[in-house]
Design a protein around this ligand. Structure first.
Ligand code: GUN
Length: 297
């Protein structure tokens, strides 16, 4: 049996439509326009593409989009001053500092200088701690997108065996916390895990976030499992061009899984949609308004 393909691109459209509906209501009923500030330091080409897409989609859902593009020689002091100004700016409800930062800047220091209530990436240590203790927090966008797709697929996740392959602060760890919050039995595995194949075969939900192209073959997948592939890896093709692949070997896994996200078109589009969702959530919280339904963890 071939797996159902989970269409992240289509799902992201529905999330953005929900966000746009909430934004329209905030504007009409409360006179508030949610605002997102994105800070890019340097000229990393991939980051420039991400930032451009973020700005475009932010405007499309009716929010205020503010971009700060700084030279790669920007001092830590100047960057911290900008973040302080954004923290104090009542028009700005979400702040995102695009990573990676140039080497001379301390990413942890910079991220932890963002007001946690405006930390729409969910990377501030306060938000990490709140998520880890099951309290209301800002949740990192990629894991939030994965959770939304899993809830849509399964309804309740309670009691399911979830294996997260990858232990990054951005995806693996928060993903595990979210799955635990939805009452899964969670294993965090990684490249050093003993008999990783056997661990993966126990998963009803398999989330691959290791950053190694096509590392997980179909025979590591439990028949009928839901596979969420967070990997975005560019590999060479025979004709000298490149193509994007995930951390899962899609061709073999699609024959075994019950449902699977493709790369591209799976998790990727959900990440920016969840950034917009987090910005609306931050705006509602900042104004003491009810949280937008279906857009939070
Ligand atoms: N760079 C790559 N992914 C991300 C992300 O989710 N947030 C930020 N701030 N930078 C990134």
């Amino acid at each position: 049996m071939t797996a159902q393909i989970i269409d992240g691109k289509a799902f992201a459209v529905t999330v953005r439509e929900k966000v746009a509906g909430h934004v329209a209501r905030l504007v009409e009923e409360n006179g508030i326009t949610p605002g997102l500030a994105v800070v890019l330091v340097g000229e990393d080409p991939a980051s420039q593409v991400y930032v451009r897409n973020k700005g475009k989609q932010t405007k499309e859902v009716g929010m205020l989009s503010v971009e700060h593009r700084l030279a790669d020689t920007t001092s830590e002091e100047d960057l911290l001053k900008l973040i302080d100004d954004l923290n104090k700016d009542p028009k700005i409800h979400g702040i995102l500092v695009q990573l990676p930062l140039p080497d001379h800047l301390d990413s942890d220091l910079v991220i932890n200088s963002i007001d946690p209530a405006k930390d729409v990436d969910g990377f501030h240590i306060s938000n990490v701690g709140l998520l880890g203790t099951g309290q209301k927090s800002m949740v990192p966008c990629t894991p939030l997108g994965c959770l939304m797709m899993l809830r849509e697929q399964h309804g309740s996740l309670s009691g399911l065996n979830a294996v997260v392959v990858g232990r990054s602060n951005i995806v693996g760890k928060p993903m595990a916390q979210l799955l635990l919050g939805d009452s899964c039995t969670v294993t965090i595995a990684h490249s050093r895990t003993k008999d990783l194949a056997e661990v993966c075969r126990g998963a009803d939900i398999l989330v691959a976030a290791v950053g190694r192209p096509q590392m997980i073959p179909g025979d590591w997948v439990k028949p009928g499992a839901t596979v969420i592939d967070v990997g975005i890896n560019r590999i060479p093709k025979e004709d000298g061009k490149t193509r994007l692949v995930g951390d899962v070997d899609f061709a073999s896994a699609v024959e075994v899984a019950g449902a699977i996200t493709p790369v591209p078109g799976g998790v990727g589009p959900m990440t920016i949609a969840c950034l917009l969702a987090n910005t609306v959530t931050a705006c509602c919280r900042a104004n003491g308004l009810p949280e937008p339904e279906g857009l939070t963890a």
